[in-house]
Design a protein around this ligand. Structure first.
Ligand SMILES: Cc1cc2nc3c(=O)[nH]c(=O)nc-3n(C[C@H](O)[C@H](O)[C@H](O)COP(=O)(O)OP(=O)(O)OC[C@H]3O[C@@H](n4cnc5c(N)ncnc54)[C@H](O)[C@@H]3O)c2cc1C
Length: 310
């Protein structure tokens, strides 16, 4: 039965859930303090790769469903912003298992770069968030859904609500286990780099170069419990230096902006239905560094939760 559903949050999680629900025939209204291109999701590198998210079994399942959805969307990449790109995952001596069974063409590489001894070559989706988030809004509206800017001081207690407020769930869902993992990146022009690089050797100073399409996202950091949203100039210069050492072709690129996003960290992603006296809330938040990677898998499970209620 079709239900009227309010989704709170217009990042990649809120919009993916809203699209799944609206395309299944529900009447969906999205309300959000920040519009899609103002969210943490808009800062993301958009690489399909699980990072800083638990629990592992669900993360693997959600990542695989999302991979399948992205593989289809990449057929129309200029419209959707989803590209399949080959790239290098460095600093992982063990074979990564997250892509087992998927057609990513995982092959070991030795000496991919003078600073690194081990790594993997694989082809996975990269999402240009500046195209993808507006594409999701277009799909939501085509399915009859709405998007409204609306800062809330509390989650609605009436009706059927899906809470996708990321880090803000710390206050809105009174959940002190949610914490920020600050990420600082540079947005750069693309001088023709088509492969991506991600060096996970040191999780505190991640170095990645992710050519989305028009822009390259260059990072980064993972600063736990840091709420600072203003870019740090010195840190920006350090990130650029690290990235240029990894990918020398970057010296031909221009820095367009410095950006910061606060990843919604949580010991485990919360995907859970809570029934109240007058309403029901389906929580879906705490995706850490993997919100893009897990988005469709989580949206499928939110739809399943709602289908059981309706
Ligand atoms: C630098 C960086 C790089 C990243 N790279 C990747 C990557 O390569 N791959 C990947 O998978 N993930 C990546 N991530 C992680 C990813 O960005 C997050 O996991 C994801 O954005 C979380 O999405 P979300 O929709 O839950 O939250 P958000 O994008 O933060 O959206 C939350 C929404 O809730 C709304 N909201 C909050 N409070 C209120 C309120 N009071 N009232 C109404 N609305 C409210 C906000 O306005 C917003 O619309 C990266 C993150 C960062 C910072």
């Amino acid at each position: 039965m079709a239900a009227r559903i309010t989704v709170i949050g217009a990042g990649v999680i809120g919009l993916s859930c809203a699209v799944r629900l609206a395309e299944a025939g529900h009447q969906v209204d999205v309300m959000a303090r920040e519009m899609p291109l103002e969210t943490t999701s808009a800062v993301a590198g958009g690489l399909w790769q699980p990072f800083l998210a638990e629990p592992a079994d669900l993360v693997n399942r959600w990542a695989r469903s999302t991979y399948q959805a992205f593989a289809e969307l990449s057929d129309d990449h200029d419209r959707t912003g989803v590209f399949q790109r080959p790239g290098y995952l460095l600093g992982l001596p063990e074979r990564p298992t997250f892509a087992d069974g998927l057609p990513v063409g995982l092959t070991p590489i030795s000496h991919p770069h003078p600073d690194h001894r081990s790594g993997w070559h694989l082809t996975v989706p990269i999402v240009d968030m500046s195209l993808y988030l507006p594409y999701l809004v277009e799909r939501l509206e085509a399915a009859g859904g709405t998007l409204t800017r609306m800062p809330l001081t509390a989650l609605p207690t009436r009706g059927l609500v899906v809470n996708c407020t990321g880090l803000a769930s710390r206050a809105l869902a009174a959940d002190p286990t949610v914490y920020p993992v600050r990420g600082q990146v540079l947005r750069m022009s693309n001088p023709g780099i088509s492969e991506w690089w991600a060096d996970d050797t040191d999780p505190d100073t991640l170095t990645y170069v992710l050519p989305q399409s028009r822009f390259i996202v260059v990072g980064g950091t993972a600063q736990v419990d840091d709420f600072e949203t203003t870019p740090d100039e010195k840190l920006g210069a350090e990130i650029l230096e690290r990235a240029q050492r990894l990918v020398p072709a970057l010296t031909r690129a221009t820095v367009l902006s410095h950006r910061v996003g606060l990843r919604p960290g949580r010991p485990k992603i919360r995907l859970e239905t809570v029934k109240g006296a007058d309403g029901t809330i389906v929580h879906c938040y705490g995706h850490g560094g993997s919100g893009v990677t897990l988005s469709w898998g989580c949206a499928d499970d939110v739809l399943a939760e709602v289908s059981q209620l309706a």
